[in-house]
Design a protein around this ligand. Structure first.
Ligand SMILES: NS(=O)(=O)N=C1NCCCN1
Ligand SMILES: [Zn+2]
Length: 244
């Protein structure tokens, strides 16, 4: 069955982002540890897409993949991007027990075991798996600095620049425990095709580093000061936790 992009008779909406109420999350002992394998040789370019910037990967084969965890297929790495706010007080899309974070990293993968392309995968309820990583203000992050040093090359919409040999694994926190739930893309067309995997450990970014994100410009050459979607109703969904 195709995914719903809004509430229709045969299915309750499963929109994202949501507030993760950790005390309501249920520990599921059947959830496995995540298997994450990212080949630095698959990173290709950084591109300003108007509402954010993407770092894109060569997804013509299963060289960079996510599997296990709550997933029953393997998912191929496509791109990662961030969401941020006009100040350090908010900017994340997911919220934890009502607490907003200054930014959030999304690592987007598509089900290459069942579908032939990213575009096709977005039409199915198990099409995508997105790892969400919360960012908190702290020490400057040297791995993020490598990305930030390239933002001046993609200042305006559709500008792109080569971005090769990037080791995405180095951006992830040490601990990989997670919450998981069924949701959607948080940008248009909001397709309900995403298995969300939100890491419970945040990574750090300094306030000065985050300010560089807000220096990117959209198609009207205005600064992209914020790009996070408002919270959506959880409806009847359950959030599962990989740990007690
Ligand atoms: N913020 S999100 O849910 O990852 N949204 C996406 N939209 C299309 C490309 C992949 N991701
Ligand atoms: Zn996103």
């Amino acid at each position: 069955m195709g995914v719903c992009t809004s509430s229709t008779a045969q299915c309750l909406p499963r929109q994202s982002p949501i507030d993760i109420q950790t005390r309501r999350a249920k520990y599921d002992s059947s959830l496995k540890p995540l298997f994450i394998q990212y080949d630095p040789n698959t990173s290709k370019r950084i591109i300003n897409v108007g509402h954010c910037f993407n770092v894109e990967f060569d997804d013509s084969s299963d060289r960079s993949v996510l599997s296990e965890g709550p997933l029953t297929s393997h998912y191929r790495l496509r791109q990662f991007h961030f969401h941020w706010g006009t100040s350090d007080r908010d900017g994340s899309e997911h919220v934890i027990d009502g607490q907003t974070y200054p930014a959030e990293l999304h690592i987007v993968h598509w089900n290459s075991q069942r579908y032939s392309s990213f575009e096709e995968a977005t039409k199915h309820s198990d099409g995508l798996a997105v790892i969400g990583v919360l960012l908190k203000i702290g020490e400057p992050n040297p791995v993020l600095q490598n990305i930030i040093d390239n933002l001046d090359k993609v200042k305006t919409k559709n500008k792109e620049s080569p971005f090769e040999k990037f080791n995405l694994s180095n951006l992830l926190p040490k601990e990989r425990t997670y919450w998981t739930y069924l949701g959607s893309l948080t940008t248009s067309p909001y397709s309900e095709c995403v298995t969300w995997v939100l890491l419970q450990e945040a990574i750090t970014i300094s306030s000065e580093q985050l300010q560089h994100f807000r220096g990117l410009q959209n198609e009207d050459e205005e600064f992209i000061l914020e790009n996070h979607r408002p919270l959506q109703p959880i409806e009847k969904r359950l959030v599962k936790s990989s740990c007690k």
